[in-house]
Design a protein around this ligand. Structure first.
Ligand SMILES: [Zn+2]
Ligand SMILES: [Zn+2]
Length: 127
């Protein structure tokens, strides 16, 4: 009985993960379709036009870089071709690095090098 219930919960968990992934994909394709309806199929940066099969190269950029911020008015979306989209994010990263406090970066690095140490602390804090 206990073996069965263990198996059940594992299956439920992977099912849940699969459903979450599906929802995420639907959400993403959802706002892309909305943005494509809302805006002309032109890259907002280089002005190239996209039609037919080429429209796959046109992607939705989130102006505030928050993919969860999807107002139906489209105020957080910009249609960018994959090249300009790439450039837009690379530029953002470089700007972030200049503003970055070196102390913060070191902290982040040490955390990512020892994920289990952080996890151990969290576990100990719980009663
Ligand atoms: Zn472009
Ligand atoms: Zn983007």
């Amino acid at each position: 009985m206990s073996i069965n219930s263990k198996k059940m919960s594992a299956e439920n968990r992977s099912q849940l993960v699969a459903e979450m992934r599906k929802e995420e994909q639907q959400r993403q394709s959802g706002y892309r379709e909305q943005a494509l309806k809302l805006f002309p199929h032109v890259c907002a940066r280089c002005g190239r036009e996209f039609e037919g099969q080429k429209i796959r190269e046109l992607t939705v950029h989130h102006v505030d870089h928050n993919h969860d911020n999807n107002p139906p008015s489209g105020s957080n979306w910009a249609l960018l071709c994959i090249y300009c989209h790439d450039h837009e994010h690379t530029r953002g990263v470089q700007e972030d690095r200049e503003d970055d406090n070196p102390d913060d970066r070191q902290k982040q690095d040490s955390l990512s090098h020892s994920p289990f140490a952080a996890l151990g602390k969290q576990l100990k804090q719980k009663p």
